[in-house]
Design a protein around this ligand. Structure first.
Ligand SMILES: C[S@@+](CC[C@H](N)C(=O)[O-])C[C@H]1O[C@@H](n2cnc3c(N)ncnc32)[C@H](O)[C@@H]1O
Length: 405
C-alpha cells in the first residue's frame, strides 16, 4: 500500500531542525526531524519499555527524539563525527556545572590570539582554514582540552567548535561535494562565534529532561554487521544514505580531519560507507541469500543503454545489495513484531526513474519481513543536470514501513 502524507513533507528535511533546541547543535544534510520520530512513536504506541534502534544515526535525531520521550535508544554510524555529535546531544549534563565551565573557558579565551599551528593536518584542512584561522581553531581546541571540566563537558565545547567550522571554511558543501569559495571572514571573529554557539547550546540544556538514566548511546559500527547479538529492539527508525552520489566523508572532510581522522583513515571510511557514491568499495559480510529485487536489472540495463557510466551502474547495484544487508541486520536484531521504518529517496539516472522505495519493499519481503506500507511524503526535483537533459520529473521521498514477522 502506498499512502500519501503531505503533512509530513518538511519532516524529512533538516531545515526545521535549525530552530529546535539541541537538534540544532549540528545537523546532517539529509537529517530528518524529531517530529517524524515523534509521529512514528505515537503511531506505533512505543513506550519507555521499548528500545529504538537507528543503524544510520547521523546527527542523532532518532536517539534525541526518543530521549525526549524517555524511550531508550541506540544509534550506530560508521562516521566518528556522527557518533560524536549523537553522543554529545544525548548525554545527561549538570546544567550549572556546564554553565560555570563555559564562563571560565570563555573568560580564558577573551582577548587571546593564536598564531601557530602545532599539529599535522591533511592539505584539505590547511587549505580550507588558511591565514591564522586553523591556528585559532587549534588554539580554542587546546584551551578546551586543558579546561577543568569532565571529558563529557569538554566534548560539549568541542562540538560547539566543530559546529562553527563551516562559517570559516573555504571548502563548503555543495550537493554531495565540496566547492571552493572565497571566504573573507576574519579569524578575529572566531572566538565570538564560538562563544555564541556555546551560549546557544548551554541555553538549550534547560529543555533537556533531567534524568539520571543512561539509556541513550551512539557508537561506531557498520549497519551491515551490527554488534548486537540478541534481538532486543522494539522498533527501528532510520535513514540510510540515498543513492545520489552524496559522500559524507567529502562534505564533512574538514570536520573529520580537523577533529577525528587522518587522511588515510578518512579514505578508508569513504570506501567502507554504503554504496551510495561511486568511490565506495566496501568489504561486505556473506550475502549468498541476495537476489536483486524484481525490476532492478531491467532498470539498470535501460540506464546503461542510455549512456550511464558503468561505475554509477555498479554503484546502484551495490546500493541495493547494501540495503539487503542492512535490512537483514535490522530483522536479526529486532524483536518479533517490531516495526522497521526506512526513510529513503527515489532517484533518476539517465532519464530512467529508480524507485528505491519499491525495490526496498521487495528486498524486505524477500527477507521475510512484512511490508506494511510506504508513506510517500514529498516530491523532490531531480538534479539540475538531469533536469537540463531529461526535463523535470520529481522523485518521491518516502518512509518504507516493515514489520518483523
Ligand atoms: C542520511 S544520514 C542519516 C541522518 C540521520 N537520520 C539524522 O537525522 O541525522 C546517513 C548516515 O549513514 C552513515 N553511513 C554510511 N555508511 C554507513 C554504514 N555502512 N554503516 C553505518 N552508517 C553508515 C553516514 O555516515 C550518515 O551519517
Amino acid at each position: 500500500m502506498i499512502e500519501m502524507r503531505e503533512a509530513w513533507r518538511t519532516w524529512v528535511t533538516p531545515r526545521p531542525l535549525r530552530s529546535r533546541p539541541i537538534h540544532r547543535w549540528f545537523a546532517f544534510p539529509h537529517s530528518f526531524t524529531g517530529d517524524l520520530v515523534d509521529a512514528l512513536i505515537a503511531e506505533w504506541r512505543l513506550t519507555e519499555h521499548d528500545h529504538i534502534l537507528d543503524p544510520f544515526a547521523g546527527a542523532g535525531t532518532t536517539i534525541l527524539a526518543a530521549k525526549l520521550r524517555s524511550i531508550p535508544a541506540t544509534g550506530y554510524d560508521l562516521s566518528p563525527l556522527a557518533t560524536f555529535v549523537s553522543k554529545v546531544k544525548t548525554r545527561n549534563y549538570n546544567h550549572r556545572r556546564v554553565e560555570s565551565c563555559a564562563r571560565e573557558l570563555l573568560h580564558r579565551l577573551s582577548g587571546t590570539t593564536f598564531d601557530v599551528v602545532d599539529r599535522e593536518y591533511p592539505d584539505l584542512v590547511r587549505e580550507a582554514l588558511p591565514n591564522g584561522i586553523l591556528a585559532t581553531f587549534e588554539g580554542i581546541d587546546r584551551a578546551i582540552a586543558s579546561s577543568p571540566g569532565s571529558p563529557r563537558e569538554r566534548d560539549f565545547f568541542r562540538l560547539a567548535l566543530i559546529a562553527i567550522i563551516p562559517k570559516y571554511s573555504r571548502a563548503v558543501a555543495a550537493g554531495g561535494w565540496l566547492k571552493w569559495v572565497h571566504n573573507c571572514t576574519k579569524k578575529t571573529s572566531i572566538c565570538n562565534a564560538f562563544a555564541k554557539q556555546v551560549d546557544l547550546m548551554v541555553g538549550d540544556l534547560s529543555t533537556c529532561p533531567n534524568t539520571r538514566a543512561n539509556h541513550w548511546s551512539a557508537s561506531c559500527a557498520d549497519a551491515r554487521s551490527l554488534p548486537d547479538e540478541a534481538p532486543t529492539y522494539g522498533a527501528v527508525i532510520t535513514s540510510p544514505p540515498y543513492p545520489n552520489r552524496h559522500d559524507y566523508t567529502r562534505v564533512f572532510g574538514v570536520e573529520l580531519m580537523f577533529a577525528f581522522l587522518d587522511w588515510e583513515k578518512t579514505r578508508r571510511l569513504r570506501y567502507q560507507s554504503i554504496h551510495s557514491h561511486p568511490e565506495s568499495r566496501p568489504r561486505r559480510p556473506e550475502h549468498d541469500d541476495y537476489q536483486p529485487p524484481r525490476g532492478l536489472r531491467s532498470t539498470l540495463t535501460k540506464t546503461r543503454r542510455a549512456g550511464l557510466e558503468p561505475k554509477i551502474v555498479s554503484m546502484l547495484e551495490g546500493y541495493f545489495l547494501d540495503m539487503h544487508l542492512c535490512l537483514r541486520e535490522c530483522q536479526r536484531v529486532a524483536s518479533p513484531g517490531a516495526p522497521i521504518a526506512f526513510v529513503v529517496g527515489n532517484a533518476q539516472y539517465a532519464g530512467c526513474p529508480l524507485p528505491v522505495d519499491t525495490y526496498l519493499a521487495r528486498i524486505g519481503q524477500a527477507l521475510g519481513l512484512k511490508w506494511e506500507k510506504t508513506i510517500a511524503v514529498r516530491l523532490r526535483g531531480n538534479s539540475a543536470q538531469q533536469m537540463g537533459r531529461f526535463g523535470r520529473h520529481p522523485s518521491r521521498e518516502s518512509i518504507v514501513v516493515f514489520r518483523k514477522a
